[in-house]
Design a binder for this molecule. Structure first.
Ligand code: APR
Ligand code: PHB
Length: 414
């Protein structure tokens, strides 16, 4: 099979006849699209991934970095886990800090030995892209004007297709199915006719200001801190790089946050009475993200299947976005494999309902973590006391700690 490791116009021209037809057309090369393409390849199912951004952009975009055990196992299964196993950091717990004291939630003990892997999402993307290109599967960056058509009838013999431009030239990719893995601003979900889909949404009245700093992490494991001044999180990317977050306004102006102010606020919110100190370093990246929860129902329409952020958004407090995207495509890959091997369509028909059971449980967890750990503007003293009581309960009751732990390491796959 032709390998498209280089994206020169010439290589692309040579591949045009290959490109015109595939079994599964995948829109979007985020975690959902890339993992899906790998899983299909393992089952002998051909796919083409189309991505509007450049390879460089996708491989450098800073996102979260917590992988559930199930996500780690899956990356190993598809042969993209080698560097992650070498460079990623396995954690067997997290810390909750409030009223200046730190409480450890011991995943290993509470979940029968399970843990999480700290490995930046963009590093995972690099590994997935590299392995996909090496396996000869087809992946195209820098495509433009993507649109989809003829996907609405599950039983019709009409083939869906994806129209796009590459190097200015109009192309059409015909396929059996389309996977809409194009994130929250993609084209697939909005292409479904009005009235078919119900959207559920909650917008939070705050955001996160995130930084990457050249500073050794000040804690071996993550610290989620609840403070009168607002939430803060200490995370990491490597033994040399810390990742830190502060609760802020959803549309916070970064110009109002010079480095000194960021460190001052982190010191205040992460302060502890236990002799702990925060190590500072040069800030190498800064950004603000708003926070919301959303879900669409159903996640499919005819021969179009929506997966990952295109179907649901979770607030980052539980670090679930990436893991949920991977869980969706695992369900989709299994259903497609069943269809191609036996002609059975029941798993494909059940795709949305199978995924949504997990999606809502993860929404519940992410929303619970978010409301427990953040301060709301104008929040009354009663709510404040309730948040503290919730934290006290979670860290002092084994049953409550176990609830947090089993959700954090990842609920079992169906
Ligand atoms: N055509 C092709 N690609 C598109 C289009 C389009 N019209 N629109 C968007 N895309 C691409 C985006 O550029 C992006 O690379 O789809 C990809 C979607 O990737 P993600 O946003 O990462 O979504 P997903 O794969 O579902 O992963 C969800 O990743 O970043 C996190 O918070 C997110 O952790 C969550 C997880
Ligand atoms: C991160 O490391 O970016 C991170 C960790 C935990 C979260 C969210 C983000 O809950």
């Amino acid at each position: 099979m032709v390998t498209f490791a280089t994206q020169s116009a010439q290589v692309f021209e040579e591949s045009l006849s290959d490109l015109m037809r595939t079994q599964v057309g995948i829109v979007g090369a985020g975690p959902a699209g890339l993992v899906l393409s790998h899983l299909l390849h393992l089952q002998g199912i051909e796919s083409v991934v189309l991505e509007t951004r450049s390879r460089k952009y996708c491989e450098e975009r800073v996102r979260a970095g917590v992988l559930e055990q199930g996500t780690v196992d899956l990356l190993n299964e598809i042969g993209a886990g080698e560097r992650m196993m070498r460079e990623g950091m396995v954690h067997y717990g997290v810390n909750l800090r409030f009223s200046g004291r730190t409480h450890h939630i011991d995943f290993r003990e509470l979940t029968g030995g399970r843990g999480i892997m700290i490995y930046a999402q963009h590093e995972m993307i690099k590994d997935l892209v590299k392995a996909l290109l090496a396996s000869g599967d087809r992946l195209f960056f820098d495509v433009e004007d993507v649109s989809i058509r003829d996907f609405g009838e599950a039983k019709s013999s009409a083939k869906p297709s994806i129209l796009f431009r590459k190097d200015g030239k109009a192309q059409q990719l015909t396929c059996d199915f389309i996977a809409g893995c194009d994130g929250s601003h993609g084209v697939c979900r909005p292409s479904i006719p009005h009235g078919v889909i119900t959207s559920f949404e909650r917008i939070y009245p705050f955001g996160w200001l995130g930084i990457l700093a050249e500073a050794p992490p000040s804690s071996e494991e993550l610290i989620y801190a609840y403070h009168d001044r607002g939430f803060a999180l200490l995370s990491m990317r490597s033994p040399q790089i810390s990742r830190l977050y502060l609760q802020c306004q959803p549309e916070e102006d970064l110009d109002e946050w010079p480095d000194d102010r960021i460190w001052q606020e982190l010191h205040a919110r992460l302060a502890s009475t236990e002799g702990w100190t925060l190590t500072e370093g040069r800030i190498i990246q800064k950004g603000v993200t708003g926070m919301r929860s959303s879900v669409i129902e159903p996640m499919q329409y005819g021969k179009l299947f929506i997966a990952g952020d295109a179907a649901h958004i979770v607030p980052p407090t539980g670090a679930k976005g990436l893991n949920l995207a991977v869980a969706d495509v695992r369900v989709l890959a299994r259903a497609l494999a069943e269809y191609y091997s036996s002609g059975r369509q029941d798993l494909l028909e059940a795709y949305s309902s199978t995924c949504l059971r997990r999606v809502w449980k993860v929404q519940r967890f992410s929303s619970w973590m978010t409301s427990m750990l953040h301060r709301r503007e104008g929040e009354n003293a009663f709510d404040h006391r309730l948040e503290l009581a919730e934290l006290d309960y979670v860290t002092s009751s084994r049953a409550a700690s176990q609830t947090l732990a089993e959700n954090y390491v990842g609920l079992p796959m169906e």
